[in-house]
Design a protein around this ligand. Structure first.
Ligand code: 5GP
Ligand code: ZN
Length: 114
């Protein structure tokens, strides 16, 4: 998608420091962090939102979650705890229309979420 900011980040057209940059998955810090650690984990492939995923994306979605798991360990959040969030659609607050997983950690979180 030529006008998608996360596609541009994934391709390197917009340079960012990447914590993961592999064949399928890219991870980088959120521009407007909501916690001491706030990482975005995205598929390299453009997919507008989680609701557009189907069985053909099972491996990819597994990879995104395992990438979060790996990063959480690397950032030493695995013992204290962390939160994974996918905002799907406008009511959930999705603002970038390329599937992404938020990895949030380094503070306590409330439940239910706002
Ligand atoms: P959403 O609201 O769609 O779940 O999350 C989109 C996230 O992307 C927001 O937390 C926002 O701060 C982040 N974001 C938007 N544009 C950019 C950008 O250009 N670079 C980075 N690193 N994060 C961005
Ligand atoms: Zn995209």
């Amino acid at each position: 998608m030529s006008d998608c900011i996360f596609c541009k980040i994934a391709s390197g057209e917009i340079p960012v420091d990447k914590l993961i940059d592999d064949e399928d998955v890219v991870a980088f810090r959120d521009l407007n962090p909501q916690a001491p650690e706030h990482i975005l984990i995205i598929p390299r492939q453009h997919l507008e939102r989680l609701a557009h995923a189907d069985e053909s994306h099972s491996d990819l979605i597994g990879k995104l979650i395992l990438a979060a798991n790996k990063l959480a360990k690397k950032l030493k959040l695995d013992e204290s705890g962390y939160r994974l969030v996918i905002n799907n659609g406008e009511s959930a607050g999705q603002s970038v229309w390329h599937l992404h997983l938020h990895l949030l950690g380094g503070r306590d979180f409330n439940w239910p979420p706002g």
